[in-house]
Structure formats: C-alpha cells, structure tokens
Design a protein around this ligand. Sequence first.
Ligand code: NAI
Length: 347
Amino acid sequence: MNSTSPTIAATLIPGDGIGPEITEATLEVLDALGAPFVWDRQVAGMAGVNACGDPLPPACLDSIRSTRLALKGPLETPIGGGYRSSNVRLREEFKLYANLRPARTIVPGGRYDDIDLVLVRENNEGLYMGYEHFIPIDGDPHAVGMSTGINTRQGCRRIVHFAFDYAIRKGRKKVTVVHKANIMKALTGIFLETARQIHEAEYAGRIEFEEVIVDACAMKLVMNPWQFDVLVTTNLFGDILSDEIAGLVGGLGMAPGANIGEHAAIFEAVHGSAPDIAGKGIANPIALMLAAAMMLDHVERPDLGDRLRAAIDATLNTDQVRTGDLGGKATTREFAAALVKRIQASA
Ligand code: NAI
C-alpha cells in the first residue's frame, strides 16, 4: 500500500472449516492489491465456542461495533446446546437490513452465459422474524404449526430505497420488485405498494421499474434470466431466489454476499464451512475474494474492486488456473499465487 493512503479498520473473522484457508488466500491477494484495510482478527462460530464457549463472543461484537466493517468466513452453528445461528444474530445485532447478492458469469460455457444479476433481499423482517409456535390438540403437541410474518412500512421503504439507489449508482437499467401481493395481500402487499409509491415519487424517469409475482419470477429466471437486472424482494423470497441466481452462474462456490445496515456492513462468502474438504488446501477462495471486492466498492475503492474482479477473470479464463470444484487442479494457495501475479501485472 502507498504509505500516504488512508487506512480503514476492519474486523476479520476467518471462520470455521475452510474459512481460515480461504481467508489467508484472500488476505494475500488484498495485500498485493494494496487494499486499505487494517484488520482486527476475531473468532466466531465453532472457533468462538472453542475459544470462549460462545459462537459470537462479546469481543467480536465489540470489534464490529467499533470498525462497522467486517469480512467474514463461513461459521458453523453448533448443533444442540441451544445455540442460535451467529449469522442471524449478526443480522439482528447490527440491523443488517439489506442482503446484496450479485450473480455474474465468470467461467463461460455453463448452462447460461453472460449472466449479470443483482438480488437485493430484505434481511430483517417478513416470515423470518421467528414468531412461530405450535398449538397442541388431543395430545399431539405439534397438531398446528403457526408462523407470523411482519413487514413494516419503514422496513419496506428502507430496502426499496436501497435497491433504487444501488441500481442508479451502479448504472443499472431496471429494478424489478418481486412479490406475492395477489395472495399475501397485507404481508407482501405493503412491500409492493411501498415500492410503487417510492418509484413514482422519487425515481420515475430515472430508472425502469417493473413488478413480477414470485412464482412467475422463479420460472422466468430459468427461461430467460437476461430480462432481469436488479431484483428487490422480501426476506423469504429473497433467500430462495438468491440461491436460484447463484445456480445460474454455477452454484454457491463463486457467490459473494454483503449484509448492509445502518450500523455496520459485513461481507461474506455465501457457502458454508465445507467440513468435507477442510484442511486439505483445495477450497476455492473466489467467493470470499469477490466478497472482499464488494467490500472495496463499499469503502469507495471500486477501482481496487474492479481490478480484483478483472484479475480473477483473467486467472480463471486466460491462465486457466482453477481449483478442483471448477474442474482444475490448483490448490487454494496455487490459485492465490497465480492471482497475485495477475494483480501485480495489472499495477
Ligand atoms: P457448504 O457450503 O459448507 O458445503 C456444500 C458443498 O459445497 C460441500 O461439498 C463443500 O465441499 C462444497 N464447497 C463449499 N464451499 C466450497 C469452496 N469454497 N470450494 C470448494 N468446495 C466448496 O454447506 P454445508 O455442508 O451444508 O454446511 C457446512 C457448515 O457450514 C454447516 O455448519 C452450516 O451451518 C455452515 N454454513 C455457514 C454459512 C455461513 O456462515 N454463511 C452458510 C452456509 C452453511
């Protein structure tokens, strides 16, 4: 890094399983790029349980409270012991209301080429608020299962604004609001109604806007994904559709995600800790690297984010260096070394 560049404090959570391996590879690459981050390393997930009996230790939360910025490897939620998912706790704690999931074709020749979609998912409300219970009848404790979803006007406004502002800032052409207001007239009706109002009042003429019902959207994404650009939707639909769009570009192995809120932003690989290959040095580090590129965009260094994305493209497609999941033979370290060379060549 240039010694005069300002530095940015950020929390680093290497995570579990393959997390530390892909994190080391990502740090190497960020160093080569001259990224401005100064890392405060913290543990969470199983590493947090092993270190201090908590999958989200107070020191980790304090660090994010202070830096408001984190890069996070995959976290294992210990089964049993009544632990709640650290990922869900982080979303709630820092009100990370926007989940941003881009899907872009990097390795051509898959089922679909030239995919470039972004899904904006509301991350805090809807049917994922956990207001659930069973009603016992006639000795069956689970005779009825109930769940209550909540979407607020404020929550809808926040995410719809986020989607429009993001789309305009990135030079995108269209925002599609995905809903099921024909059936869930209150829960997703409020989302559609708010999106219409906000578009009309603030964005009409600045960007194209369309509405699509979630089931039709799922089909259209498979039949002709190129008709979409930026999609914005509620929590449950967003969870499902974001995995669907990851599938269009070859699965979760290359999918980054950002969780953005008022008090912090946390960037992560979408995949889990891959315990089946952990410690073997063969994991594909690209998803975490792409998450780091989103983090560079977020701190207003899109120049570095773009250089990183371009170098990943060149390493995969020109140099043909790929990890096993992409049909190659490179180890995590070999891929990182080839990428560092590409980055140095682009300086
Ligand atoms: P997973 O994503 O860890 O693994 C699914 C399959 O994909 C495995 O065969 C794995 O080897 C492969 N895979 C995943 N990432 C890869 C990579 N970078 N390179 C090469 N191959 C890769 O999903 P699974 O097995 O369901 O979950 C394992 C653990 O991860 C669980 O404890 C789960 O709770 C946690 N998890 C954490 C997430 C997070 O922190 N964001 C997200 C998803 C799961």
